[in-house]
Write a protein of this length. Structure first.
Length: 80
């Protein structure tokens, strides 16, 4: 929560200083496979530490990250 914030937007108290990613960003989500997400969580990346989590927890975490994209509000098209 200190980096990615409560809903993964990168707006936690340390988010801006550490350059925490918005986990719901559609372009980033498209570029990341589930396997790569698992590798980043278990191996760390940059300032993000590694987390030693059971496989079932990793599966749940990847699922939660994927839902962050689905929960992102869509923007209405500007009027013509």
């Amino acid at each position: 929560m200190r980096c990615h914030g409560t809903v993964g937007r990168g707006d936690g108290p340390e988010g801006a200083r550490l350059g925490a990613r918005d986990l719901g960003d559609p372009a980033w989500q498209d570029a990341m496979s589930d396997e790569r997400l698992r590798a980043v969580v278990t191996g760390g990346s940059g300032d993000m530490p590694a987390f030693d989590l059971p496989d079932s927890t990793l599966d749940d975490l990847v699922g939660l990250i994927r839902k962050m994209r689905a929960q992102r509000p869509t923007r209405a098209a500007p009027p013509p």
